[in-house]
Design a protein around this ligand. Structure first.
Ligand code: NDP
Ligand code: MG
Length: 379
């Protein structure tokens, strides 16, 4: 079990819930990071007394340094601060709860420093899965999934013999716009899109859930974590978000993991594996829920899901490009510069313009493809 953590992105939705788990189980927190949210970061620092705090934004970092000058906590600004937290000597596990591909280099830094990883930042695996998995193999650290679906699959796999997995079944709530037609989606607002039926999360992933890009990113994430191909990953709409995902084994037995929609369950499992400790999450009352429903996803209306599957089949830098195009498109949608349906159009266009056929990709290829896509499609 983890004893000492560094939390990257501690002020976000996953970061805050990670600290809830740490508080409940007395897990020592030795490093914290954020981008600009220094008021919350200061409160967290005063409560958890980490040795170091990283602040990506230089100006915010200067302000926090002054605010914490009555403590022994070292504040480090800029990318150096995030990397220092990812490699902080006293932490045995790094929780990566940064949003977006900005989490990739901190993930690689943590692996280099031989830290175990509790990974929420799915974009790390989508953009750089081949590099990350290779480095993990070389260094021999443990990678624990935090994403609820992947944690569910990981939980279901406990006790299954190696090579017994036939298929993974990723469940999807369907997001804010399940059942809507393309016509109905034309003029939806940012406010509509941010209303997720079951989960309270950061803005980027909530928009990704509405477009179903999130499920597409999760298909790619699952392919790396569980060594499965696109054809062996089913996506199943399950509006209630009670079954967090399932596995089908060679004998066609299906195993599912259920629970209330509370990220503190998967976060805690990633930190306390293989232990099962009490959780602040509510108990599941199936009689009250009464029914669970299932449906096939609508791949035509929610094109991002099919685009991610296509990117996964093509491999190489395609997933990196899909992710980068989506990140800039979501920013533009949140800034009300483009409409909801334009997000998928931008991802589709970016993928259609990929011109790259090298077999083995390097980290530089990934960083370059990410940068070029952002420059080409962001405004
Ligand atoms: P949030 O937007 O709530 O939090 C993001 C965190 O990262 C904040 O601490 C933020 O700091 C920090 N941050 C933002 N940009 C950067 C950057 N460029 N470099 C370093 N740090 C940065 O996101 P979520 O917690 O919702 O999501 C985090 C990750 O977890 C995502 O990859 C998401 O897909 C995944 N995930 C989230 C779930 C959820 O329930 N929220 C569920 C499953 C997966 P600041 O506060 O200063 O902006
Ligand atoms: Mg998820």
């Amino acid at each position: 079990m983890t004893k000492n953590i560094s939390v990257l992105g501690s002020t976000g939705s996953i970061g805050v819930q990670t600290l809830d788990v740490a508080r409940m189980h007395g897990i020592k927190v030795s490093a914290l990071t954020a981008n600009t949210s220094i008021e919350l970061l200061e409160r967290q620092a005063r409560e958890f007394k980490p040795d170091i705090v990283g602040v990506l934004d230089e100006n915010a970092g200067k302000k926090l340094k002054i605010a914490l000058s009555d403590t022994n906590i070292k504040v480090i600004s800029g990318k150096t601060g995030v990397i220092a937290a990812a490699q902080y000597e006293k932490a045995d596990t790094v929780v990566n709860a940064i949003v977006g591909v900005a989490g990739l280099l901190p993930t690689l830094s943590a692996i280099e420093a031989k830290k175990n990883l509790a990974l929420a930042n799915k974009e790390t695996l989508v953009a750089g899965g081949s590099i990350v998995m290779n480095e993990i193999k070389k260094v021999g650290i443990k990678l624990y999934p935090v994403d609820s679906e992947h944690s569910a699959i990981f939980q279901c796999l406990q006790g299954c013999p190696e090579n017994s997995l036939k298929k993974v079944i990723l469940t999807a709530s369907g997001g804010s716009f399940f059942g809507k037609s393309r016509d109905e989606l034309k003029n939806v607002t940012v406010e509509n899109a941010l209303k997720h039926p079951n989960w309270s999360m950061g803005k980027k992933i909530t928009i990704d859930s509405a477009t179903m890009m999130n499920k597409g990113l999760e298909v790619i994430e699952a392919s790396w974590l569980f060594d499965v191909e696109d054809k062996d990953i089913d996506v199943l709409i399950h509006r209630e978000s009670i079954i967090h995902s399932m596995i089908q084994l060679n004998d066609n037995a299906v195993i599912a993991q259920l629970g209330t929609a509370d990220m503190r369950i998967p976060i805690q499992y990633a930190l306390t594996y293989p232990e099962r400790l009490p959780s602040p999450a509510k108990e599941l009352d199936l009689a009250e829920i009464a029914g669970l429903s299932f449906a096939k996803p609508d791949y035509e209306t929610f094109k991002c899901l099919s685009l991610c599957r296509e990117a996964l089949r093509k491999g190489g830098i395609y997933p990196t490009v899909a992710n980068a195009a989506n990140e800039v498109a979501v920013q533009m949608f949140l800034g009300e510069k483009i409409g909801f349906l334009d997000i998928a159009e931008i991802v589709e266009k970016a993928l259609s313009e990929v011109n790259f056929d090298k077999e083995d990709i390097t980290l530089d290829d990934i960083l370059q493809a990410d940068k070029e896509t952002r420059m080409k499609f962001g405004r």
